[in-house]
Design a protein around this ligand. Structure first.
Ligand code: CAA
Ligand code: NAD
Length: 296
């Protein structure tokens, strides 16, 4: 099994920044690519803040923070990822955008480079088909927040070679994660179960079964979940949740995967959750309060 010496991450949003942080912290020289300098600086700034917080809390040595940051570099140029041994993509959940990206990477990268997508709901088979290396293509599905969540779903398609799967699996383990093996299907294991639950919570609210706060409290205290479904939706991003629901509904044609009308309206109105400061909850004050948009 050839060694992974350098890691590329594409996208420095919610997920990409976490993957890049964990990769650099695990000892890999890591380069992360964004579409422009402003977004790149925002992502790298969030990583620095996260590491500084670890030092302040006494959970991380200052020297380890500095070494992590030294291994991490940012770029807006795709060419800077050409010498990476594995490239993990974490950009918008849109098949055409992902296909364009991997088509370009396939033309510029050496044969040995493994491609991985962090997609939540697209099939890896479809994304891999935009390249000439479907045998060297896997899904590496991380969970939000990446530095905290231990799971990585390692996804093999019918075309993924065993050597590639084994390398990707070992790579996930080397990041301190617990990998599980999944065959390629829309949503893999976790989202296949989690997404209908989150969508059903919205439908329960639409049907007047309970308030947003009560449904959240119910699932937290009744099931011991760390977050209720609405806080979790805001945390994932309601734009991303909407894209995921559209994709899973298209795949399975079952109502439980369909985006509820309220989710669609919130997406269209720019209520994308924590990342925009408002979703089911408004995050502008000290404590989140239920957003007026959903109670009107
Ligand atoms: N990034 C990095 N670290 C974070 C973080 C973030 N955004 N938010 C919290 N943390 C860290 C904190 O620094 C803290 O670390 P230490 O213990 O080392 O100090 C730890 O997480 C706990 O944080 P808090 O005490 O502030 O808060 P908490 O106890 O409420 O935990 C949480 C926060 C870990 C996010 C917890 O609420 C949780 O597990 N929520 C559920 C998350 C979840 O279900 N994620 C999956 C989403 S679905 C998905 O990812 C798949 C998809 O395709 C959509
Ligand atoms: P996000 O919107 O926070 O970040 C996506 C980033 O990708 C943006 O900053 C955007 O500028 C950047 N981007 C878009 N096109 C790019 C390109 N060609 N090159 C470089 N950067 C580009 O989204 P996110 O929540 O980080 O989700 C990213 C991917 O991870 C999606 O496929 C999503 O389904 C998946 N995912 C999300 C979660 C979650 O909880 N949010 C969890 C697991 C997987």
């Amino acid at each position: 099994m050839s060694e992974i010496r350098k890691v590329g991450v594409i996208g420095c949003g919610l997920m990409g920044r976490g993957i890049a942080q964990v990769s650099a912290a695990s000892g890999y020289p890591t380069v992360v690519r964004e579409v422009n300098d402003g977004l790149l600086e925002a992502g790298l700034g969030a990583i620095r803040k996260q590491l500084d917080r670890g030092v302040e809390k006494g959970k991380l040595e200052a020297a380890d923070r500095d070494a992590t940051l030294e291994r991490l570099s940012g770029t807006v140029s795709l060419e800077d990822l050409t010498d990476c041994d594995i490239i993990v993509e974490a950009i918008v959940e849109d098949i055409e955008v992902k296909k364009d990206l991997f088509g370009a990477l396939d033309r510029q990268c050496p044969d040995g480079t493994i491609f991985a997508s962090n997609t939540s709901s697209l099939t890896v088979t479809e994304i891999a088909a935009s390249t000439n290396r479907p045998d060297r293509f896997v899904g590496l599905h991380f969970f939000n927040p990446v530095p905290v969540m231990k799971l990585v779903e390692v996804v093999r398609t019918g075309a993924t070679s065993s050597a590639t799967f084994d390398r990707a699996f070992a790579f996930a383990r080397s990041l301190g994660k617990v990998p599980i093996a999944c065959m390629d299907n829309s949503g893999f294991v976790v989202n296949r179960l989690l997404v209908p639950y989150m969508l059903d919570a919205i439908r329960a609210y639409e049907e007047g079964i309970g308030s947003i706060e009560d449904i959240d409290t119910g699932m937290k205290l009744g099931c011991g979940y760390p977050m209720g479904p609405f806080i979790l939706g805001d945390f994932v991003g309601l734009d991303t949740l909407y894209f995921i629901a559209e994709i899973m509904f298209e795949e399975y044609r079952e109502k439980r995967f369909a985006p509820p009308p309220l989710l669609k309206r919130m997406y269209l109105a720019g209520y994308h959750g924590r990342k925009t400061g408002k979703g089911f909850y408004d995050y502008s004050g000290e404590e989140p309060v239920v957003s007026k948009f959903v109670t009107k």
